[in-house]
Design a protein around this ligand. Structure first.
Ligand SMILES: Cc1cc2nc3c(=O)[nH]c(=O)nc-3n(C[C@H](O)[C@H](O)[C@H](O)COP(=O)(O)OP(=O)(O)OC[C@H]3O[C@@H](n4cnc5c(N)ncnc54)[C@H](O)[C@@H]3O)c2cc1C
Length: 509
């Protein structure tokens, strides 16, 4: 049995939602993955009379496609979509059966408008929590447009393809055989990348807002909900809904929710915003802010939005180590997400730059996968919590180098080593390895503001206890501010505070 009893019970509920028959075409051989795949599909078919199965010869074996009885959709799973991809399998079954996707009608129109042949292939790992969003977006596009097809490829099953394409980070998306994009993307980001941008006229036609929130992470979501609950005209513009929460595996400190996975929390943030009258503008980046009669925000697509007040909640991003080789070998051995990319370094040698909590957590995680892990810490001591350090030092395949400065990440087409300098002796050393995980904290996303609002030397926006910035009517919340602690509930609290303060400002002005 491939599925355990609990999963089967949940699955039964989902399969009841199937609307029409679905035909699964299975391409299997006599290997163990094929046998497990056939067992999984057999279990699915035994749970719903709407699932029909037939043998086929697809371009990869083992693989299977999910189709309407009279028409192939172009959706193929090469490998067994368990782990994080199980939800992609369930969604594909439901959507191919005719269940309507939860997507804006405007987005559906944009997918249908695409006119060209698009053969997408996405390399994933089953432990990657960034991969399902991409797989599900491309599957949805295949369902809605006959000229689009999509194959999910499990890198652990198709190791030769991964090696020959030098794939060192997932998800890695190929379009018609050429590398298209890496990393997490939602359907709107994919459409933007394909040049199927949303119509700028839609933005120009928008009336001015009372409260306009920039950023769709915990701070922005809380701000939008609190603002809308006051009955004022509220908008939210965000490059990536969910923010950093999308990159988080398990969250155990959301008070009252003992455990939740990042992508699930990100979805419920968006769902909660949608319960209110909030104008949501996703996959849009603000590039300039100015204050005239109203506050004006210019988007990267050229449109200008106007509002009486603005709440900046643009959060933070991974800090780069800034040494030669880092940018050149990004996704070619330089990685930032151990949960996502760790499995690609199975049996290899890797380094983790950074000895704080995230670096040491990454090193512990990677030690279970990689052959050897080397931690490089700039300071004379690690900064991680004692409990993490204890665990780290108990591992036989980890070496810790303290008081060292990373000089260069070396390689030709991909990473082959790291050069560092011992800060005490000044001696230079080089380690041969295949992967470098950079874990040295975050930088606030505030560069785009220029000197519009006052910031501290770290680039964080200075706010008072009303979350007001140095510019009247402009508030800021969450990780982009000088708040001493960067956490989800703290960001949510400050987003709520900023929205209440913005409402108070509207009342008085
Ligand atoms: C790997 C990892 C694990 C974590 N684990 C935990 C945990 O277990 N518990 C916990 O409490 N915290 C955790 N955190 C921290 C937590 O995720 C953050 O404190 C929180 O997400 C900050 O929320 P925010 O809304 O301020 O910013 P973010 O989550 O960074 O959101 C910023 C938003 O602004 C958008 N944006 C940025 N620039 C622009 C622009 N120019 N135009 C439009 N939109 C823009 C982004 O796309 C995004 O929507 C973790 C962080 C990471 C990276």
């Amino acid at each position: 049995m491939i599925l355990d009893a609990e999963i089967k019970q949940q699955l039964a509920g989902y399969l009841e939602l199937m609307e029409n028959d679905v035909l699964i075409k299975v391409s299997a051989a006599d290997d163990s993955v094929s046998r497990d795949m056939e067992a999984l599909i057999g279990e699915l078919a035994s749970m719903s009379s709407k699932i029909k199965v037939e043998k086929a010869s697809l371009s990869r074996t083992p693989s299977f496609s999910i189709n309407r009885p009279d028409e192939d959709t172009g959706i193929v799973f090469a490998g067994i979509p368990l782990g994080h991809e199980f939800s992609s399998l369930v969604l594909a079954l439901l959507q191919v059966s005719g269940r309507a996707p939860k997507v804006d009608p405007g987005v559906i129109e944009r997918i249908k408008r695409l006119n060209g042949d698009y053969r997408f292939e996405t390399y994933i790992s089953l432990s990657c929590n960034n991969c399902p969003e991409v797989v599900q977006a491309l599957n949805l596009m295949s369902i809605l447009n006959k000229k689009i097809s999509h194959t999910m490829i499990d890198g652990a099953v198709y190791k030769d393809e991964v090696e020959s394409k030098d794939i060192m980070a997932v998800p890695s998306v190929y379009l018609n055989g050429e590398f298209f994009a890496g990393g997490r993307m939602d359907v709107e980001e994919i459409l933007n990348k394909l040049g199927e941008a949303s119509d700028i006229a839609e933005f120009i036609a928008r009336e001015s807002f009372d409260i306009l929130v920039i950023g769709g992470g915990p701070a922005g979501a809380a701000a939008a909900i609190y603002a809308a609950r006051k009955g004022v005209r509220t908008g939210i513009v965000a490059e990536r809904m969910g923010g950093q929460v999308q990159d988080t595996l398990g969250i155990e400190n959301m008070v009252s929710i003992p455990y939740i996975e990042g992508p699930a929390l990100a979805s419920s943030l968006e769902e909660h915003i949608r319960r209110y009258d909030v104008d949501i503008m996703k996959s849009q980046r603000v590039k300039r802010i100015d204050k005239k009669d109203l506050i004006e925000l210019e988007l990267e697509n050229g449109a200008v939005l106007k509002s009486r007040t603005v709440i900046i909640a643009t959060g933070a991003r991974w800090r780069n180590v800034g040494v030669p080789g880092e940018a050149e070998f990004r996704n070619k051995g330089v990685a930032y997400c151990p949960h996502c990319d760790g499995p690609l370094y199975k049996g290899k040698d890797v380094a983790v730059i950074g000895g704080g909590n995230s670096g040491i957590e990454a090193a512990i995680d990677l030690a279970g996968i990689a052959r050897q892990v080397t931690v490089l810490e700039f300071m004379p001591e690690l900064k991680a919590d004692a409990v993490l350090q204890k665990r780290l030092y108990s591992l036989p395949n980890v070496t810790v180098l303290k008081n060292v400065r990373t000089k260069e990440i070396t390689g030709k087409d991909k990473v082959d080593g790291i050069t560092y300098i011992n800060r005490e002796s000044g001696e230079e050393a080089h380690i041969s390895l295949q992967g470098v995980f950079v874990q040295i904290g975050l930088v606030p996303n505030t560069d785009w503001l220029g000197d519009f609002v006052e910031k501290n030397r770290f680039g964080e926006i200075l706010v008072d206890n009303h979350n007001a910035t140095s510019v009247a009517g402009v508030f800021a919340a969450g990780d982009c501010t000088n708040s001493p602690y960067k956490q989800i509930i703290i960001s949510m609290g400050s987003g709520a505070n900023a929205a209440l303060s913005a409402f108070d400002y509207l009342m008085r002005n």
